[in-house]
Design a protein around this ligand. Structure first.
Ligand code: NBP
Length: 476
């Protein structure tokens, strides 16, 4: 065969990826379980490049040049395993199978190990940016062997988004590293969206501003430090008018957020690794709260507000406070996400370059933003940076907004505006910078009821106090 790359699974994502390869001059072998999709792709877009359609998996595999490079873009889960099982007996040593779907990284680790035993390369690759990204240039996060990236990298980089001429695609790390990083990307996306939603709510409740007015504020913010795809689309959405009613579009959208599960995976992993990703967790729980309809109905009827007055007479100062609080909270949420990447990298031996991850997220994905350059620069200054917040740029940026951040979180609490992501980010900031935390008391309690032992501030070792008898201390 002569095709340079193959794509199997031609629903919206696979179809657009295949077109992207073809438009970039690659000869693309295309296949789908039901042949009709393959036929419609070639019929509708055949003129965009060179497609080699096959009805059977055997013909599809045979149409590819070796080492074969096959992108699997089917429904995540059992469908992915089914396709891999069908492909594997037809492949030869050194061939590369790329799962570009939204796999959970433990599945990717399992699949990579199984294919490695058979002499095949398995590349679990995060692909962000949805349908449009797949067609016009996604952010691509491939894991697997370095050897496979040498062959595959140039092809993936060619179809990826570019920012300042730099591809939004780089080798992430072994086995599940690519899908892991994609998962954290989605978790950060949850946090970023929640923070923006809280800022919107503060402006709405604090100023009584209309959706259109708030949209103008976001459009203004998009010209500064906050410049990002999510802020841009927020301004756009807020300006949109519902055709049926003439009302602001957001005002007719039901306030119950849904989720497909990557936020939950990210939070579960944060718990597994013991990394406090409070921004992502609060964002995920905030969606759950919004969807807890019986609870909200019961609470709405029964719980008093007992709010205190909140002086927002200076509108411009208030808007600037919200902006600064949003930026500071956002820095915390990203800092936590990068901590999670560092922790997983250490746990699984992935050696992930965090600065490079920020670089490939600058384009082609939902969290794309100019701000990510600052993260890349921070990790260039210190690749081992223990905390993004401790980098000089971020310390200064958050420090500048600290008073505003405190005013907003305190004001929201007084006025009864829920700001779980703003306030947990501020609490994290105060917790991580605290000289002492009340964990001394936690340890004392644990020793009291469970003989879990404690360490002392004045000498090394582990100790236990005989709480129920004479309260003498013993080495543990
Ligand atoms: P879907 O997730 O809707 O899957 C449909 C595709 O899977 C079709 O090609 C279908 O074939 C194939 N398929 C199924 Br279902 N079961 C199969 C089986 N047992 N054997 C072979 N093929 C099977 O497609 P999508 O929305 O294009 O998404 C593809 C992947 O990309 C998913 O993992 C998804 O999570 C991910 N995704 C990512 C983004 C993003 O922003 N990164 C956005 C959307 C989706 P058929 O045509 O014969 O039914």
């Amino acid at each position: 065969g002569t095709a340079q790359i193959g794509v199997t699974g031609l629903a919206v994502m696979g179809r657009n990826l295949a077109r992207n390869f073809a438009r970039n001059g690659f000869t693309v072998a295309v296949h789908n379980r039901s042949f009709a999709r393959t036929q419609s792709l070639v019929a509708e877009h055949g003129e965009e490049g060179t497609f080699v359609p096959s009805e059977s998996v055997e013909d599809f595999v045979a149409s590819l040049a070796r080492p074969r490079k096959i992108v699997v873009m089917v429904k995540a889960g059992p469908a992915t395993d089914a396709v891999i099982d069908e492909l594997v007996p037809l492949l030869d040593e050194g061939d590369i199978v790329i799962d570009a779907g939204n796999a959970h990284f433990p599945d990717t680790r399992r699949r990579e190990a199984a294919l490695r035993e058979k002499g095949l390369h398995f590349v679990g690759s995060g692909v962000s940016g949805g349908e449009e990204g797949a067609l016009l240039g996604p952010s691509i996060m491939p894991g697997g062997t370095r050897e496979s990236y040498e062959v595959l990298g140039p092809i993936l980089e060619a179809i990826s988004a570019k920012v300042d001429g730099v591809p939004c695609c780089t080798y992430v790390g072994p086995d599940g590293a690519g899908h892991f990083v994609k998962m954290v990307h989605n978790g950060i996306e949850y946090a970023d969206m929640q923070l923006i939603a809280e800022a919107y709510d503060l402006l709405k409740q604090g100023l009584g501003a209309s959706a259109a007015q708030i949209g103008e504020i976001f459009a203004q913010w998009n010209t500064g430090d906050l410049e990002s795809f999510l802020i841009e689309i927020t301004a756009d959405v807020l300006a949109h008018v519902d055709a049926a009613t003439g009302a602001a579009f957001v005002d007719i959208v039901l306030d119950q957020a849904e989720q497909k599960g990557t936020g939950r995976w990210t939070v579960q992993n944060g718990l597994d690794l013991g990394v406090p990703i409070t921004g992502i967790a609060e964002a995920t729980f905030a969606r759950a709260l919004s969807g807890s309809v019986p609870q909200r109905e019961a609470a709405r009827a029964a719980l008093p507000a007992a709010t205190l007055p909140w002086d927002v007479s200076d509108r411009d100062a208030f808007i600037e406070d919200v902006r600064q609080a949003l930026y500071a909270s956002k820095v915390v949420a990203y800092s936590q996400g990068f901590d999670q990447i560092a922790a997983a990298s250490a746990e699984f031996g992935w050696d992930i370059d965090r600065g490079a991850m920020a670089r490939i997220w600058r384009g082609g994905c939902i969290i794309r933003a100019r701000f990510l350059n600052r993260i890349t620069e921070a990790y260039e200054r210190d690749p081992q940076l223990p905390l993004l917040l401790a980098d000089e740029y971020f310390t200064a940026a958050v420090g500048d907004g600290l008073a505003a951040w405190r005013r907003i979180v305190a004001g929201a609490a007084q006025h009864g505006v829920p700001v779980p992501a703003f306030s947990s980010s501020l609490s994290y900031y105060d917790g991580v910078r605290a000289v002492t935390l009340p964990a001394n008391l936690i340890q004392a309690q644990r020793d009291f009821f469970g003989a879990h032992t404690y360490r002392r501030t004045d000498r090394d070792g582990s100790f236990h106090t005989q709480w129920s008898t004479d309260r003498t201390e013993h080495d543990a």
